[in-house]
Write a protein that binds this ligand. Structure first.
Ligand SMILES: [Fe+2]
Ligand SMILES: [Fe+2]
Length: 270
């Protein structure tokens, strides 16, 4: 029986440099807990190779759960610049299209709770390196339209790849367009924003010009760990509140959740 109170949040699995023991463990946890859905917030692959997407697809299909997937900065062609120019998301799109249990944007996955997508990844940027987030006007508009289309009373959980804070403490630009996105999402009173990219779990509430916004990050299931071992998040939903638990592979149970700030410094997935 599916547990209608539980949502799994995984991120940065990075097939190509995946931690096989960690994903076997995560899959076993999912088989045991039977969450209502699994949200995967990007960086499915290391270099967007066809074989990496094939491995990602096979693993996701094996989960026997409804899934949502987002595109990460690692999921665009790395070795084929022409393809990156012409159709950067083709491989990712093809992988998505092959998933049997893909959750549609706006679909209610837990009682009164739906997932919506916010793309934070673009193929080229007016800065170097291209690993950080960039929320285009179109991406934000699309996300807000998904939220506005939800039935009244349905809470939205936004899924993207890059944490939204626009700048880190020392002023360095992180996610372009993040401040505006945060304010708009807070104004719409979303339940939270699920992301990855920094490879450590976090749970924070930010004050924005649109109100308070909760932002949750999941760690990685790859060998590219940063300060914490491979981990994923479990969100418990009681119809009103979301409670976060990070499960940590090294400890086989609860993991450290960095509360209060997004880890600073260049992302380990760079
Ligand atoms: Fe990333
Ligand atoms: Fe990553």
């Amino acid at each position: 029986m599916t547990d209608e109170t539980v949502l799994y949040h995984l991120s940065d699995i990075h097939f190509g440099l995946v931690d096989r023991a960690a994903i076997d463990w995560a899959a076993a946890e999912i088989a045991r807990d039977r969450p209502a859905a699994v949200a995967i917030t990007g960086d499915l692959t290391m270099r967007a190779r066809h074989r990496e997407f094939a491995a990602a697809s096979a693993w996701i299909q094996s989960l026997d759960a409804p899934v949502s997937v987002e595109v990460g900065n690692h999921d665009m062609p790395y070795f084929n610049p022409l393809e990156r120019i012409r159709d950067p998301f083709r491989r990712y799109r093809t992988m998505r299209a092959g998933l049997d249990r893909l959750i549609a944007p706006g679909e209610e996955v837990l009682p009164g709770l739906a997932l919506v997508s916010l793309q934070t990844t673009i193929p080229f940027q007016k800065r170097w390196p291209w690993v950080d987030g960039w929320i285009t006007a179109e991406a934000l508009e699309s996300c807000l339209a998904q939220i506005d289309a939800l039935p009244p009373g349905t809470g939205a959980l936004v899924c993207g790849h890059h944490p939204l804070p626009e700048r880190r403490g020392d002023g360095r630009l992180l996610t372009f367009g993040g401040a505006q996105a945060m304010a708009e999402l807070a104004r719409r009173k979303v339940l939270g924003v699920l992301t990855g990219h920094v490879h450590d779990a976090f749970d924070l509430v930010a004050d924005t010009s649109g109100g308070r916004l909760r932002m949750i990050g999941a760690g990685t299931l790859s060998h590219r760990t940063r300060t914490t071992p491979p981990s994923f998040n479990i969100l418990h939903w009681d119809g009103q509140e979301l409670e976060l638990h990070a499960r940590n592979f090294a400890q086989g149970g609860e993991g450290a959740v960095l509360v209060g700030k997004v880890p600073v410094g260049p992302a380990p997935s760079a």
